[in-house]
Design a protein around this ligand. Structure first.
Ligand code: NAP
Length: 384
């Protein structure tokens, strides 16, 4: 063994120092070892090359699969086929296959719009319809019980597949929906929390320029954190750049959102938390005023002003929605809705107080006027 070769040995333990991966053995002569190492390194390179080729092939197949998926219309399930469920299903049906389920039997209405109806009592049949997306459109007050009873069936369903369907809610309150979905749904299901800020009245002539609020709440098991200053999409893009499953999840969400975009909606990405703060100041107060004015039993008159016509319209549009919806807006966004009620009561008191103050001033001025007049009369009488 030459001193040169000795130099390349590790303290006599027989392993060459360049054998950093531990692939070389310590049997045989150095020349044998070197030859073995060279052939093993060659084999390793070959394997790496094969691995890279397979990765390229897999990426190409996945791209092809994605484009096949993109060209295939989504199959959309709707749970809760009441006023709002029917309203959205009619338009969504232009973009994909619709399967609906609800407590009441809506077979005829569903068939009338080319959708399929499955009774709510048959969740397995509903889930077996190969649904890409499930929209939850039940009342706010029944949302938790609906999700709770769906969950075991959903768990069984996803256990047989690598990926669950995308779950979308359309509730008019968002933090409540978000909490329930994150709490109950199996993590194989992606979650998109949305609120179309329109309904059967405001959207009866199409959805153009109407606001559609959404939060990509859970994508491929990663939960959006509204308190983090990190941009969800960019951080995930970085972290999951190569992850096919993430791409697949995002792709499905984007395809679903693109339907609303194509229909002309103004797409508003917004956290559920911010939504609820804004909505109390806009939607809840609208419903509250409509209900208060409606409770007064206001009627059309033969001399209505345009302003009064707007008041009647407000009453009509807010009372057309169920009381469940109004109650849900109050109960499940309580902190914000209660503060709106108190502000309204204070504002009402302020306005009435201002009227009373003005009236008092008027009366005082009238008194002064009467006193001045009587003083003048008395002075006039004395002069006479
Ligand atoms: P709603 O009174 O809030 O909900 C009616 C729906 O809830 C029906 O499909 C009904 O099913 C279902 N439901 C009620 N109680 C149930 C229970 N205990 N178990 C299972 N399902 C139950 O009226 P909506 O206007 O249709 O609203 C539906 C959802 O859309 C709500 O979450 C609402 O916040 C949201 N939304 C509504 C509007 C709108 O303009 N109306 C706009 C945006 C979002 P059955 O008919 O089978 O009984």
């Amino acid at each position: 063994m030459s001193s040169k070769n000795n130099d390349s040995m590790d303290g006599g333990r027989g392993r060459p120092l360049y054998d950093i991966n531990g692939l070389g053995g310590d049997l045989g002569t150095n020349d044998d070892n070197i030859n073995n190492d060279v052939s093993e390194i060659g084999r390793l390179e070959e394997l790496k090359q094969q691995e890279a080729d397979l990765a390229r092939q897999l990426a190409a197949i996945r791209m092809e699969k994605l484009s096949a998926l993109r060209s295939k219309p989504l199959t959309i399930g709707v749970i809760g086929f009441g006023r709002f469920g029917q309203f959205i299903a009619k338009t969504l049906g232009r973009h994909g296959k619709i399967v609906v389920t609800s407590r009441s039997d809506y077979t005829e209405i569903a068939n009338g719009m080319g959708a399929e109806y499955v009774p709510l009592s048959e969740p397995e049949t509903f889930l077996d319809k190969n649904l890409d997306v499930i929209i939850l459109a039940t009342s706010i007050v029944s949302f938790e019980s609906t999700v709770k009873s769906l969950t075991p069936h959903l768990r069984e369903h996803v256990a047989k597949r690598s990926k669950g369907p995308l779950l979308v809610d359309v509730l008019s309150v968002k933090e409540h929906a978000r909490d329930i979905l994150l709490n109950y749904l199996p993590e194989e299901c992606d979650i998109l929390c949305t609120h179309p800020m329109f309904g059967p009245d405001s959207g009866k002539n199409g959805w153009k320029n109407l606001n559609f609020v959404f939060e990509k709440t859970r994508v491929d098991k990663v939960v959006f954190d509204p308190n983090s200053c990190v941009d969800f999409e960019r951080s995930n893009d970085r972290a999951f750049n190569e992850a096919y499953s993430y791409t697949e999840s995002m792709d499905r969400i984007e395809r679903f959102l693109s339907i609303w975009e194509e229909e002309g909606c103004r797409m508003v990405p917004l956290s559920c938390k911010s939504h609820d703060e804004y909505a109390a100041n806009s939607q809840f107060i609208t419903h509250l005023m409509g209900r208060i004015l409606g409770a007064q039993g206001l009627q059309k008159t033969p001399i209505d002003t345009k302003g009064f016509e707007s008041v009647l319209k407000l009453i009509d549009s807010t009372t057309a929605d169920s009381f469940d919806l109004f109650y849900g807006l109050y109960k499940f966004n309580k902190k914000n809705s209660l503060s709106i009620i108190h502000q309204l009561q204070d504002a009402m008191d302020d306005v009435v107080d201002n009227l009373k103050i003005l009236e008092k001033k008027d009366l005082e001025q009238q008194k002064v006027h009467v006193n001045v007049e009587s003083d003048e009369k008395q002075r006039g009488a004395r002069i006479d």
